[in-house]
Ligand binder design. Structure first.
Ligand SMILES: C[S@@+](CC[C@H](N)C(=O)[O-])C[C@H]1O[C@@H](n2cnc3c(N)ncnc32)[C@H](O)[C@@H]1O
Length: 426
């Protein structure tokens, strides 16, 4: 089926069926949407349509599930049928498709025996829409489209900001570019964008945020390395590491290389880009080549330096640790439904272990920047506090970060959520 779809875009019912299957891969199979889409081997418009349906459902899953559960007399045994109904309901809710087409095409995508049920549920929704949507406002998961544990944790940790965080996490993310200062200037690149009909405002030292996101391939000079796509919050890392020319730097969790390449654009460094995942390291190599930068690229476990370290201490270490990615969920609407509360505990332990393993590699007077794209305290402030308690020779330096409290940046219309802490070896 995949190769047939590669040649011609899939028909509307096929796209719905494929999207329902993709949602089953995520919600029942526990795989990321990227992995599921890769396994479907779709291309072009078919891939874009399946991705669009899947992402739209995942962004609104709390609400869709609330509504569907109330429209069904008894639970559905077929999970793919449930996902197909989410798709039909989403179209009726969003009004992106005329209602008659949403109903007819969802019915056509269903197995013959299930068509009367699909038809009845969708028409019933049209009749009861106002009352159901009003009820949904009283249910936190339906109201905020995040799992209950996630909402409860944000509420407990950010009593003032939790609603703004959830609003931002449900919004479409901004598209921010990092201008390669080795190849051009911010003003010059802004002029190139304008000539290509794109408007962007300066939001950081080398950052331009586009008024409207565009496909990367449409960015002038992208292939030639004039610019990269990188969230503004992620762009803070390179400055916070406080590096300088000729320093020996370890980027311990480097792939796909967003921060590696930014560090190299700023200074002439002897940089080692390490990552556990060899496939993801290919993306680091591609980015280095596109931007005409050089680094030593190593596959290895940051938690086991004996396997890859040459014994020479580093002046700077960036530990951009694996985390729940709770600060960037608007870019990956599947992630919030795939994560479990217990994941934060396991990740926090791993983050502490990585810090412990890398600290001896830093020279006295050297600095380590601990970073995550998480909002949860267990992965951020708690990891750093526990480390400082264990290490009297480590001191935390204050950071110059706009709109952050104790290193924690919250997601908003300018940037994603990140955490930074800089430790110096005294
Ligand atoms: C948040 S991402 C890094 C993003 C990257 N710094 C950037 O700016 O493009 C975390 C990375 O850590 C890697 N990773 C996870 N565990 C690791 C380990 N024990 N050692 C090295 N890398 C690891 C993952 O493969 C992933 O690429």
């Amino acid at each position: 089926m995949g190769s047939e779809l590669n040649r011609t875009p899939a028909r509307a019912p096929d796209v719905r069926r494929l999207a329902a299957g993709a949602l089953a891969g995520v919600l029942d199979g526990g795989r990321s949407l990227d992995r599921v889409l890769a396994s479907l081997r779709l291309e072009g418009r078919s891939r874009a349509a399946v991705m669009d349906y899947s992402n739209s459902v995942l962004r609104h899953l709390g609400l869709l599930d609330f509504v569907l559960t109330r429209l069904l007399e008894r639970p559905l045994r077929d999970p793919e049928l449930r996902h197909l109904l989410y798709i039909g309901l989403y179209e009726l809710l969003s009004e992106t498709t005329p209602a008659y087409a949403a109903v007819n095409e969802t019915v056509a995508a269903a197995p013959t025996r299930a068509r009367p049920l699909v038809n009845a549920v969708l028409r019933n929704f049209q009749r009861r829409r106002e009352a159901l949507l009003a009820d949904a406002q009283t249910d936190p998961v339906a109201r905020w489209n995040h799992p209950a544990w996630w909402i409860a944790r944000l509420k407990a940790e950010y009593p003032q900001d939790w609603q703004a965080i959830l609003e931002a996490s449900n919004a479409h993310p901004p598209m921010t570019l990092r201008v390669n200062r080795r190849r051009t200037t911010l003003e010059d690149y802004q002029r190139r964008l304008a000539a290509a009909g794109m408007t962007a405002v300066q939001t950081g030292e080398c950052a331009l945020t586009l008024e409207r996101p565009v496909p990367v391939s449409e960015l002038p000079g992208f292939a030639e390395g004039l610019v990269s796509v990188q969230d503004l919050g992620a762009q803070y890392a390179a400055g916070l590491l406080d590096g300088g020319d000729r320093m020996r730097v370890l980027d311990a969790c480097a792939a796909p290389g967003g921060k590696t390449t930014h560090l190299l654009e700023r200074h002439d460094l002897g940089l080692t880009a390490l990552d556990l995942n060899p496939q993801r390291l290919d993306r680091v190599r591609d980015n280095l080549a596109r931007l005409d930068l050089a680094a030593q690229v190593l596959t290895g476990d940051a938690g086991r330096p004996a396997q890859w370290w040459d014994g020479r201490p580093y002046d700077r270490i960036l530990l951009d640790a694996p985390c729940t990615a709770s600060g960037v969920v608007r870019r990956h609407p599947d992630a919030r439904w795939l994560k479990r509360a217990a994941d934060t505990t396991a990740l926090a332990r791993r983050q502490g272990e990585l810090l412990e393993a890398l600290w001896p590699l830093l020279r006295p007077g050297g600095k380590l920047l601990y970073a995550t794209c998480s909002l949860f305290r267990a992965e951020n402030r708690d990891v750093v506090t526990a480390f400082l308690d264990r290490h009297p020779e480590a001191a935390e330096e204050p950071l110059m970060l706009p709109s952050a409290s104790l290193g924690q940046l919250l997601p908003d219309s300018h940037h994603d959520g990140f955490f930074y802490a800089r430790l110096v070896k005294t």
